[in-house]
Design a protein around this ligand. Structure first.
Ligand SMILES: NC(=O)c1ccc[n+]([C@@H]2O[C@H](COP(=O)([O-])OP(=O)(O)OC[C@H]3O[C@@H](n4cnc5c(N)ncnc54)[C@H](OP(=O)(O)O)[C@@H]3O)[C@@H](O)[C@H]2O)c1
Length: 285
């Protein structure tokens, strides 16, 4: 059986030469229902993070708004003491407030963005953010002020790379006037690739593209997945086909499938070994 390791997905190099394995992990499933409150089994949440490290994952996507704070606590506990801690990259997000299950309200007031970064550094036990996304643009605050505050934090050494999440191409281009943008995180998967133009732009600009909902919230997995027949042909799971499609779509794509299930985690990382043929890739398009 092929070795299950995220390094088999290939690597992506950021401009400061930090290299990540392209198959990452997203922490959003490590919370209660509605991305609210603690995960019911905190030890399992921490063990999933540790297992991801064991499987070669070194790109972790998180946000203080997951829980809020609970996912970050499990992530911090899982990363603590890792032998390769310096090779583990955290992609974090600011700009959302939480007031209850499934409730998300953007808030891009610069002082709030700064507070979130300062608190997240403490929660995660780090002295800088490897990559910090503006989770959502707050329509009530000038974009120049929101991105400008992230640039100030970068100048102070608290952020290494700035990203934007769920943006249009026009918003992305406007933000580039105020700061260097190194990554975009938008909804994107084989069943929903309406942001193809942004993927192509990111590749041309040497920006990472981090697709959220890479498994379409699980709808692409399981026996009723629309990918079931092609998965059978390759002798792999539908989740692996969904991830292999993303990995083949662009060398700048860093998928971050979320799971709280150790078996699903291993299944997802094993997608790094799946090579879709050109014909099947285009058929899935
Ligand atoms: N920037 C943004 O606005 C934004 C928005 C949403 C999400 N995100 C990020 O994107 C990450 C991924 O999104 P997501 O976790 O919501 O959705 P997802 O990765 O598309 O799907 C996760 C769902 O699929 C299931 N699953 C995962 N692997 C599986 C497998 N191999 N077989 C069967 N089921 C499987 C999970 O359940 P189990 O736990 O049972 O495996 C979970 O219900 C998040 O963790 C978060 O970091 C960012």
């Amino acid at each position: 059986m092929a070795d299950i390791n995220a390094k088999n997905a290939g690597q992506y190099r950021f401009d400061d030469d930090f290299v990540v394995n392209r198959l990452g992990y997203g922490t959003m499933q490590l919370t209660g229902k509605g991305v609210w409150g603690p995960y019911p089994d905190p030890d399992r949440a921490v063990s999933v993070v540790r297992k991801a490290i064991d499987l070669g994952v070194n790109f972790f996507d998180t946000a203080d708004s997951y829980g809020p704070w609970f996912a970050d606590r499990y992530l911090a506990a899982g990363l603590q003491g890792a032998a390769n801690r310096d090779a583990l990259f955290i992609s974090d997000k600011v700009g959302q407030t939480r007031i209850g299950p499934n409730q998300w309200i953007p808030l891009g007031v610069p002082a709030y963005l700064r507070q979130q970064v300062e608190v997240s550094l403490m929660t995660l036990g780090i002295d800088h953010e490897d990559l910090l996304f503006l989770h959502r643009i707050d329509a009530h605050v000038p974009l120049a002020d929101q991105v400008g505050e992230l640039q100030k934090l970068k100048d102070e050494g608290k952020i290494r790379h700035i990203g934007l999440s769920q943006v249009t191409l026009d918003q992305l281009k406007e933000a580039q006037k105020y700061a260097r943008i190194d990554a975009v995180e938008n909804l994107y998967n084989v069943a929903n690739h309406s942001d193809d133009d942004i993927v192509d732009y990111a590749e041309a600009q040497h920006m990472a593209f981090v697709p959220w909902f890479p498994l379409n919230t699980g709808k692409l997995t399981g026996t009723d997945s629309p990918l079931e027949s092609i998965a059978k042909k390759y002798g792999v799971s539908p989740a692996q086909i969904a991830l292999a499609w993303l990995l083949k779509r662009s060398p700048n794509i860093l998928p971050i499938p979320g799971t709280s299930n150790p078996a699903h985690l291993a299944d997802n990382v094993a997608a790094a070994n799946v090579q879709l043929s050109e014909t099947d890739f285009h058929r899935l398009n």
